[in-house]
Design a protein around this ligand. Structure first.
Ligand SMILES: Nc1ncnc2c1ncn2[C@@H]1O[C@H](COP(=O)(O)OP(=O)(O)OP(=O)(O)O)[C@@H](O)[C@H]1O
Ligand SMILES: [Mg+2]
Length: 341
């Protein structure tokens, strides 16, 4: 997968957002958002329900206009050049947007025609996209009969018909089972391999980690953190030392010994009985050395010692004080659907 490291510093910005504001009545859906997505990279916009992710995607894809601020996508201003902008983007919305009554092939053909492709070219493109997203066998069936994963793949195919330079994916895998989620991830990775710039929103840490090189964390309409995933994890601080004694009987004595150790600032240990290891959060190299020293001094033979960076869940909790899945506020019934997660 393409990583930001593969790109020179001078890589152009495919999406530039400055001070974006959007109100819905008294709700500030976006409260001054800034972000940059470099060409050919994947930006993950991570945030809980109601954070403003869909609002951002709607503005960037010209479906709604901002109250203040600026946004430029592939060189086109969202407010002043919406028509040009629409020609170079693809959008897969949070909720499936295909026509259920129409067969998969017809859906794609129709989109090709709407994009002004001549009949022959639209036909060829529909065939090509169905093949690419492994839907050829279901081409003639109404999309309403497709499984959730097939629908999502058809959605992705639809957003690719126009060969977009920039693709917006709003929670591309919410509600999908793990296997289908993996299929969608593979497809997105392939698109990125083809040079498409992607901005995707997600509530899944794992998804951001899988697909994105950079991350913008939003909460209640504001960007609360951003940068490379590795850096974000590192700034939240703390590694977890996972220590597995060779003899499982040493597990609890080892945890007790570490708790009694009295290393300044060392957080309490957790026993992970399933993996037979003790988890110790460490902040400094000194603490790490002290812990290893104490274990060795007790003559406990170790099978494995590994250090782990915090998960994105932990990153989010530490940045916002609440878990990423916690709903933020009530949402108008007419604009929402319940999504099984
Ligand atoms: N059409 C609308 N009318 C009124 N309020 C809205 C509308 N659309 C969004 N909002 C509000 O704006 C805020 C941001 O909503 P948005 O849909 O952008 O969040 P989100 O991050 O996409 O959430 P989710 O993860 O649930 O999709 C929420 O408080 C929401 O209630
Ligand atoms: Mg949303």
């Amino acid at each position: 997968m393409t990583r930001i490291d593969d790109y020179p510093e001078a890589a152009k910005s495919a999406v530039t957002v400055r001070g974006l504001v959007k109100h819905y009545g008294r709700t500030k859906a976006l409260d001054g958002v800034d972000l940059d997505v470099r060409e050919g990279t994947v930006m993950g916009v991570l945030g809980p329900n109601g954070a403003g992710k869909t609002t951002l995607v709607r503005i960037l894809s010209t479906l709604i206009t901002p109250d203040a601020g600026q946004a430029v996508v592939a060189g086109h201003d969202v407010v002043r050049q919406p028509r040009q902008l629409r020609r170079v983007i693809g959008l897969t919305g949070q909720y499936a947007s295909v026509d259920e009554k129409l067969p998969g092939w017809e859906n794609l053909y129709m989109i090709g025609r709407l994009l002004d492709l001549p009949r022959k070219a639209a036909r060829a493109r529909a065939d090509e996209m169905l093949e690419r997203f492994s839907l050829t066998e279901a081409a003639r069936r109404p999309a309403g009969t497709y499984s959730g994963g097939m629908r999502r793949r058809l959605d992705l195919a639809a957003s690719m018909v126009g060969r977009p330079a920039v693709l917006f994916l709003d929670e591309p895998t919410t509600g999908l089972d793990p296997r289908t989620r993996n299929e969608v991830w593979d497809e997105v990775a392939r698109m990125v391999g083809d040079g498409v710039t992607v901005l995707l929103t997600t509530q899944y840490m794992e998804e951001a980690e899988q697909l994105a090189s950079e991350l913008t964390v939003v909460d209640r309409g504001k960007v609360i953190a951003g940068g490379r995933i590795e850096d974000l994890k590192a700034t939240v601080g703390g590694r977890t030392l996972r220590i597995r004694p060779a003899d499982p009987l040493h597990l609890r004595p080892l945890a007790a010994a570490l708790d009694e150790l009295g290393v300044t600032g060392l957080a309490t240990t957790t026993v992970d009985a399933e993996s037979g290891s003790v988890l110790v959060p460490v902040l400094s190299d000194e603490q790490l050395t002290a812990v290893i020293g104490a274990v060795t001094a007790r003559g406990i033979t170790l099978a494995a010692v590994t250090t782990e960076l915090p998960s994105l869940d932990e990153v989010f909790l530490s940045l916002t004080g609440h878990r990423a899945s916690a709903p933020q506020d009530a949402v108008p019934a007419d604009t929402r659907e319940e999504v099984a997660v």
